[in-house]
Write a protein that binds this ligand. Structure first.
Ligand code: HEM
Length: 279
């Protein structure tokens, strides 16, 4: 995970923004510190201090680049953000810097956990791994089933505008509800044999799995549906193809299926894989 899954999505975001590729390593450090900060539920003071340092370092790095990109826009996402205008309103330098942080957090940890989860699930089912290796058009199905079976984001929060009846109870208007995506994705009234990972299942539609019409909930639903769903699909397709091409055999290094951890976001804490390089 440290050598591949946590790096690839961040490198993609840095490149899309048109930032210096020599700074991939720097962004990896900032990204790790941001994720540690967001997950610092026990309020470890060192993690908190490192997160605040990262906020200042990222601002000192981004603001001059944003100002320069406003003056000299190029063919990159950062230039689009700098020049976009809706009803006469543009984003401030601070807004754009904050959006870059959001992209790193929302597009990094999720995709990182998705790539690790997909390999964990396939390595735990070698016959399904062999099928995907043989027929790469199965990668989207393997990704969709991974999103259903082991969604990287487990919780989202909502506040109903009006009273809502659910399962015989009433959620009052204005209450904060913690929706558990992982539980919804294993609803036995929706999916046959929901606790089984099966990329060939007939009750999960791969064609719509990366759009707002998805029948799993890993990208949430409605107006905050993940804006990066199609980017995640592309990254996973490229990443999985590359790794399968590079390594003709793969197996868990310890023999055991690595455990998942995390409550808000969830995935394998580490994924040690014994790889054989192509001769
Ligand atoms: C497998 C990978 C991914 C998963 C599982 C995932 C999951 C989610 C979920 C559950 C939400 C909704 C949060 C809510 O409603 O409270 C969300 C929103 C969002 N995602 Fe993703 N995401 C993934 C990849 C990405 C990527 C690659 C990007 C961009 C680089 C991205 C950017 C965003 C943004 C900006 C939002 C906020 C959208 C809004 O509030 O309108 N995500 N994502």
């Amino acid at each position: 995970m440290g050598q591949y899954a946590t790096r690839f999505p961040i490198n993609v975001i840095v490149d899309m923004l048109g930032l210096d590729r020599a700074d991939h390593g720097r962004f990896h450090v900032w990204y790790t510190s941001m994720i540690d900060f967001l997950g610092n539920l026990s309020q470890d003071p060192e993690i908190a201090a490192a997160g605040l340092r990262t906020r200042d370092e990222l601002a000192a790095y981004m603001i001059p680049i944003i100002q320069d990109r406003r003056a000299h826009p190029g063919d990159d996402l950062l230039s689009v953000l700098c020049t976009a205008e809706i009803d006469g309103t543009r984003m401030s330098d601070e807004d754009i810097k904050a959006f870059v942080s959001l992209l790193l957090a929302a597009g990094g940890e999720t995709t990182d956990k998705a790539i690790a989860g997909l390999f964990r699930n396939l390595l735990a089912h070698p016959e399904q791994l062999a099928a995907v290796r043989e027929d790469r058009t199965l990668i989207p199905a393997a990704f969709a089933e991974t999103l259903r079976f082991t969604p990287p984001v487990h919780m989202i929060f909502r506040q109903p505008c009006e009273d809502v009846e659910v399962s015989g109870g009433t959620i009052p208007a204005g209450a904060t509800v913690t929706c558990l995506i992982g539980a919804a994705n294993r609803d036995e009234s929706r999916y046959a044999d929901p606790d089984t990972f099966n990329i060939f299942r007939a009750d999960l539609t791969t064609g719509s799995a990366f759009s707002a019409a998805a029948d799993h909930l890993a990208f949430a639903l409605g107006r905050h549906f993940c804006v990066g769903a199609l980017l995640a699909k592309t990254e996973v397709e490229v990443g999985v193809n590359d790794l399968l091409d590079a390594f003709p055999t793969m197996a868990f290094a310890g023999g055991e299926v690595p455990a998942e951890s995390g409550v808000f976001t969830r995935g394998p804490g580490s994924l040690r894989v014994r790889l054989t390089r192509r001769a």
